[in-house]
Design a protein around this ligand. Sequence first.
Ligand code: ABU
Length: 509
Amino acid sequence: MANSHDFKLSASTANLKCTDLLPYKNTDVTLEFLQKVVDVLKEFVMQTNDRNVKILDFRHPEDMKKILDLEIPEQGLNLQTLINDCVSTLKYQVKTGHPHFFNQLSTGLDIVSMAGEWLTATANTNMFTYEIAPVFILMENVVMTHMREIIGSNWKNGDSILAPGGSISNLYAFLAARHKMFPNYKEKGIATIQGQLVMFTSDQSHYSVKSCASVCGLGTDNCVIVPSDINGRMIPAELERLVVDRKGRGHIPFFVACTSGTTVLGSFDPINEIADICEKYGMWMHVDAAWGGGLLLSKKYRHPRLTGIERASSVTWNPHKLMGTLLQCSTIHFKEDGLLMSCNQMDAEYLFMPDKLYDVEYDTGDKVIQCGRHNDIFKLWLQWRAKGDEGFEKHMDRLMELSAYMVKRIKEMPDKFYLILEPEMVNVSFWYIPTRWRGVAHSAQREVELGKICPIMKGRMMQSGTLMVGYQPDDRRPNFFRNIISSAAVTEKDIDFLLSELDRLGHDL
Ligand code: ABU
C-alpha cells in the first residue's frame, strides 16, 4: 500500500474536522475528502491484483498495536489524519482478493460486487421494511425467486431470506423445521414437545449445525453425528441405523442436515439416498450448500454432486463463497412459503403496521429473528446483472478446471506432494513433502511428520507475505493443507507459483 503522503488533502482542507463536512457545512470539502477516500480504495484494489505486491505485511498483535494509533481521542482528529488512518488500515489488511490467497472459502475481489457494496453503504438503509428500502426489497424478491428456481422447478413458490452468514441460515432451517413439526412451540415453548428431539448430520458437516442443537435447547448430545466414508460423504446406512437407534430410545428424530460441499474436503453427501431416509421416517431434510451451492449454476458440475437437492425442505447457499459476491451474502431457501413468517413473526407494532400505504407483504423483516438487517442483496443483484447466468456458469467451470489443473500438477510431482483424495470441488487436500522425507514410503508415521511441518510452513508463508494456504487436521489425519480456488483472479501460472513457493518455503524442513 502506498504511504500516507501519497494521499494528501489540500492545505486548506487537511486540518479541517468532520464538522466541516456535510451535513454540517461544506460541499466542496466533502467532495475532496470523499475523492481522497476513493483514491485510497482504488489503490488497494490495484495492489490486490498486482502479483508483485505481497498479500500481507504480517506483524504480531503486540507489534501491530505499537505501529498503529487505534486510540479513541477526546477531541476529534483532522481530515488528513482520517485519510492516513484509512491508508494504514489497508496497509496491514490481508489482500483476500490477491491471486496468491488460497486460504479461505471466500476469496477474490469482484469489482462489480464491490461497487455494489459501495452503493449499499451510501444508501445506508435497513432491510426490514419496503417503506425504507423499496428497490432493494424488490431486488431481493427477484434474486431469491431466481435462486429457488435454480434449486428446483418445484421451489418457485417457496420463500427465502438473506441471513448474516451460513451458520444463521442453518439456524433458520432448524427453526422452521421445528415449527413445522410443532407449531405450538412458538407460544408454548419446550413443554409442547413430549420427548427428546434429535437431529442428524455427518462428522464432516459445519460446526454451526451442532451449534443449532446447543442454541435451540436440544443439547449437542442430541445432534447425532453420522460417520462419513473415506471421501467425506455421509453414509446413508449409518444415518438410518442411528435414526432407528434413537427412535428405539423413544426420541423424536426430526431434522437431517446434509452437506453439499464440506468445509475441509469439499465433499457432497448423497442427497437422494438421504432424502429417501428422511421421507421414510418423516424427517425434515436440510441441505447445507453454503459452500457447494454455486455449482448449481454449472450444467457440467451440478450432477451428480447436487442431484436430488430439489427434494430438500430447505437449502443454505452462500453467494459470498463460490460465486465471489462480496462478504457477506448468505441465503436460506424454503420449498414451502409462509413458514418463515409464521415461525418468526412477532408483529412489532412500531415497525410492521398492517395499515400502511402499500402491500405489507413486502415488509420482509418480520420473517427473521433479528430486527435490523444489512442490505446484502444489491451487490449480488448487480453482480448477477453483470455476469448473467452464463457468466456464473463459466466462473464455476473455470474454478473446477483450475482445481483439476492443480491436482494434475501435484500428481506430476509425487516426490514433493501427496494428494490426499480426488477432490469433488475446489478444495485440494495434500501434504507437502520436504527433502528429507522424499523417497520414504508413505506411512502413518510419515503423515505425523508431514503434519508437523504444516504450521511451520504457514508461519513462513505469512512472514514472507507471498502466499496463504490453510491447514488443519481432521478425524482421520494430522495437519494437512487445504487449498481453495474460489477467486476469479487465479490462473494456471498462480497454481504453478503456489507449488513452487511451497517448495521454496518448506524444502529444508
Ligand atoms: N464456514 C466458513 C468458512 C470457513 C473457511 O473459509 O474455511
